[in-house]
Design a protein around this ligand. Structure first.
Ligand code: ATP
Ligand code: MG
Length: 480
C-alpha cells in the first residue's frame, strides 16, 4: 500500500493511493507501525493532512450536500400530503406506478433531452461494476415512459392513467427549495390527445391544492406548439439571437444550432437578458395547435379554474408539445415553481414506442411543504400514545408486558418502560411522550386483577378489571 497519512491522538487517516480508486481509511494508531513503519515507508504526519483527516470525520457525521433527513417530528406532514395526493389521484382514476431509482443513462438523454440543463449539468451518472452507464433518476416521466413501452401498456384499456411518488436526484446549486435529493409527486396520462386530457390533469392539481387549503398559487399556461410549428419558429428565434451569440453562455452557444428554444429556459443571467424581447412561440403556433390551446383555455374557464397565459414558459424537457403549465407561488423566491407539467406527444415514439400522446406533471414535495408552512396551514399532529403502563416489581413487569401486547393487538397504542427505570422515572417519561391514560401495576394489582386507569387530560380515575380492559378502553374511543 502506498499511502499518505495524517493523525489524531488515537486514529490515523491513511490515504490509500494503491489501485485505480484512491480511498481514505481511518485506522487505529497502533496498527500504523505494522502497516507502514515495519515496512519502511511511513510518511511523517503533516498538518495539512491532519485537517484532511478532520474532514473525513466530518463526512461521517454529515449527510452529503443537498440531501436531508426527514425526522420523526415532521414525518406526519409528509404522510399527510402523500395520503392526500394518493387519494385524489385515485379519485381521478390514476393508479400508482413504482419505478427504479436508476435507469440506463441513455433513457434520460433521450427522454429528457440531451440539450436540457438536467442532462447537460445536473445528472448523477456513474459506471456500475459491469461498466454500464447508470443515472439516478432526475425526474419521473422518462422512467414511466420506459415502463409503458416495456410492459406493453399500449394494449391496456386506454387511456393509461398513472401516478407516482418518488425521490429524484439532480446536481444543483443548493438553496431553499432546491436540493440534490428531492421528492416529486407526478401523474402521466397516456393515449389521450384531446384537450380534455390537459384539463383533467390541471384540474387534479387544482383540487389537490384546494383540498390542502393552499391559496394564491398562480396557474400559468402556454402552448409551445408541435414540431412543425416549432421548426418555423426556431428559424425566427435564430434570426433574433444571431446578433447576440457572443453574449450567450457556452452551453447556449451550442444550443443555438441544435435546439435554440432551450436558450429561452437558460438560468444564466446574460442569456436571460438576451431573450427578453425574443419572439414568443405562442404567436407562431400552427392552426391545429392554436385550436387545441383555445379549447384548453375555454374548458378551464368553464371549470372555474383561474389561469394566466405566460408566453415565457418553455419547460425543462425537450419533448414537450402544445400545452405547458406551471403552478407558481410568490413566497418561495426564485424557487417559486411548485409544479410544472405539459403535453409530450412525441416522447413515447422518441423512446422507441408506437406514437402515443401523453401529458403529465411533476410536483416538488419539499416546495409544496414550504408553501404550506409559509401559508401557516396546520397539518394534524400525530396522536400521542393512548396509554402508558408503569410497573413496580418483577411480577408486575411481566403482567405489564402481556397487557401491553394485548392492548397493542387490539389496536390501542400502548407503551411501557424497557429501561429498568424507577416508577417515578417511568411517570416522567409517560408525561414527556404525552400519554393520554396511565396505569401503574404493582403487587396489589397483580393479586386483585384490578387496575386504576387515570385520564391525564382530566385527572379522572376509573377502576377496571384487567380481563375487560380492552373493551373498556375501546368504549372510551381510544385505539382504532
Ligand atoms: P426549476 O425551474 O425550479 O429548476 P424545473 O423546471 O427544473 O424547476 P421540473 O423538472 O419541472 O423542474 O420538476 C418539477 C418540480 O419539481 C418543480 O416545479 C419543483 O417543484 C420540483 N423541483 C425541481 N428541481 C428541484 C430541486 N432541485 N429541489 C427541489 N425541488 C425541485
Ligand atoms: Mg431545474
Amino acid at each position: 500500500m502506498n499511502g499518505n497519512t495524517c493523525s489524531s491522538t488515537r486514529f490515523v487517516c491513511v490515504k490509500d493511493k494503491s489501485g485505480s480508486n484512491p480511498s481514505n481509511r481511518v485506522v487505529p494508531r497502533e496498527c500504523l507501525s505494522s502497516l507502514f513503519v515495519d515496512r519502511g515507508f511511513f510518511d511523517p504526519i503533516k498538518t495539512v493532512e491532519f485537517y484532511y483527516f478532520m474532514g473525513v470525520m466530518e463526512m461521517l457525521a454529515k449527510a452529503p450536500k443537498g440531501t436531508r433527513d426527514i425526522l420523526p417530528d415532521e414525518i406526519h406532514k409528509w404522510y399527510y400530503v402523500e395520503e392526500k395526493f394518493r387519494e385524489i389521484a385515485n379519485r381521478f382514476g390514476y393508479k400508482e406506478i413504482r419505478i427504479p431509482v436508476f435507469e440506463h443513462t441513455e433513457l434520460f438523454e433521450r427522454g429528457v433531452g440531451d440539450t436540457t440543463d438536467i442532462v447537460q449539468k445536473e445528472m448523477y451518472t456513474f459506471n456500475d461494476k459491469g461498466g454500464r452507464s447508470i443515472t439516478l433518476r432526475p425526474e419521473g416521466t422518462a422512467g414511466v415512459v420506459r415502463s409503458y413501452i416495456q410492459n406493453g401498456m399500449s394494449s391496456w384499456a386506454q387511456p393509461v392513467k398513472l401516478f407516482y411518488d418518488i425521490t429524484a436526484y439532480r446536481y444543483e446549486n443548493v438553496q431553499k427549495g432546491r436540493y440534490r435529493e428531492f421528492h416529486q409527486f407526478g401523474v402521466e396520462l397516456f393515449g389521450a390527445a384531446h384537450p380534455g386530457a390537459d384539463v383533467e390533469v390541471i384540474s387534479l392539481l387544482h383540487l389537490f391544492f384546494k383540498e390542502l387549503g393552499i391559496k394564491n398559487l398562480a396557474l400559468n399556461i402556454n402552448s409551445i406548439g408541435c414540431p412543425t410549428c416549432r421548426e418555423k419558429y426556431n428559424q425566427k428565434l435564430k434570426e433574433f439571437l444571431g446578433t447576440k451569440l457572443d453574449n450567450l453562455c457556452h452551453t447556449c452557444k451550442e444550443r443555438y444550432d441544435r435546439n435554440p428554444m432551450r436558450i429561452l429556459d437558460c438560468k444564466d443571467d446574460s442569456c436571460k437578458q438576451m431573450v427578453v424581447n425574443a419572439p414568443a412561440l405562442l404567436d407562431h403556433i400552427c392552426e391545429d395547435c392554436a385550436k387545441h390551446f383555445e379549447r384548453v383555455k375555454s374548458k378551464l374557464t368553464a371549470m372555474d379554474i383561474p389561469f394566466s397565459i405566460d408566453k415565457g414558459i418553455v419547460r425543462g424537457l425537450d419533448y414537450y408539445t402544445r400545452t405547458v403549465f406551471e403552478f407558481v407561488s410568490e413566497n418561495i423566491g426564485s424557487q417559486g415553481t411548485v409544479c410544472g407539467g405539459g403535453r409530450y406527444d412525441g416522447l413515447i415514439e422518441a423512446c422507441g414506442g408506437t406514437p402515443t400522446p401523453g401529458i403529465g406533471f411533476g410536483l416538488g414535495v419539499e416546495r409544496l411543504l414550504l408553501e404550506m408552512d409559509n401559508q401557516k396551514i396546520e397539518i394534524p399532529a400525530p396522536k400521542s400514545p393512548d396509554i402508558f403502563i408503569g410497573f413496580v416489581g418483577e411480577q408486575a413487569e411481566e403482567l405489564a408486558e402481556s397487557l401491553t401486547l394485548k392492548l397493542r393487538a387490539a389496536g390501542i397504542s400502548c407503551d411501557k418502560d424497557i429501561m429498568a427505570r424507577s416508577v417515578r422515572a417511568q411517570m416522567k417519561y409517560a408525561n414527556k411522550i404525552n400519554s393520554r391514560f396511565i396505569i401503574i401495576l404493582g403487587d396489589n394489582e397483580v393479586e386483585s386483577g384490578k387496575v386504576e386507569l387515570k385520564d391525564m387530560t382530566t385527572g379522572e380515575t376509573k377502576d377496571i378489571n384487567i380481563d375487560t380492559i380492552v373493551d373498556r378502553l375501546l368504549k372510551y374511543k381510544i385505539g382504532n
